[in-house]
Design a protein around this ligand. Sequence first.
Ligand SMILES: [Zn+2]
Length: 76
Amino acid sequence: MTQCVRCGKQNAEVMTEASDKSWILYSCPDCRYAWRTTEVVENRTREQFPKAFQWTDETMKSFTDFPRITTRKNKQ
Ligand SMILES: [Zn+2]
């Protein structure tokens, strides 16, 4: 596992990667942040990620649920 850039947990997983391994897309199941290894350093490393946007356990406890995806009304 990889450390999440935003929340700092060690649960980030590889979502997909380029066939030539030129980039990897990571996603965090805890805060849902995602980043690609080719993004600017501020977006892909915890140390460089802006402190104002970093989350902690305390921050995340104060959030309400993520919005749910509604069901499709016009089924075919
Ligand atoms: Zn996270």
